[in-house]
Design a protein around this ligand. Structure first.
Ligand SMILES: [Zn+2]
Length: 120
């Protein structure tokens, strides 16, 4: 699902995309300046290898995602603490945002249930 950023107004624009069994459901809303707010929920099973035993296991995702998308290069240093993704061509592909969120989660440290229980 491709979204042209300048068409996003203050009325929330709902989206729902799926990749494998993961759903990414939320909305885009115009914030201020060049910024568009994205708020969404990431849910579903993610297959990942355990960081301790390297066995694959299913991680149940239930994550609230919130960041801003900048229509063009983001240079507002007064708001440098904001989490901003820049879009250079004025568009965003929701599937790509989903994929990068999933990659972020995948790169975090996670261990499977049996390793977790043997630690405790
Ligand atoms: Zn393990």
């Amino acid at each position: 699902m491709k979204v042209v950023l300048r068409r996003v107004k203050q009325t929330p624009l709902d989206f729902l995309v799926k990749a494998n069994e993961i759903t990414f459901k939320g909305y885009l809303q115009y914030h201020a300046g060049k910024l568009i707010l994205l708020k969404a929920k990431l849910e579903g099973p993610l297959l990942k290898s355990c960081d301790i035993c390297a066995e694959e296991f299913k991680l149940s995702l239930d994550e609230d995602v919130e960041f801003y998308i900048s229509d063009g290069v983001y240079e507002d240093e007064a708001n440098i603490e904001l989490d901003v993704v820049e879009s250079i061509n004025g568009e965003v592909e929701i599937e790509e945002l989903l994929n990068s969120e999933v990659e972020l989660i995948r790169s975090d440290y996670h261990s499977c249930e049996s390793c977790k229980s043997s630690v405790n």
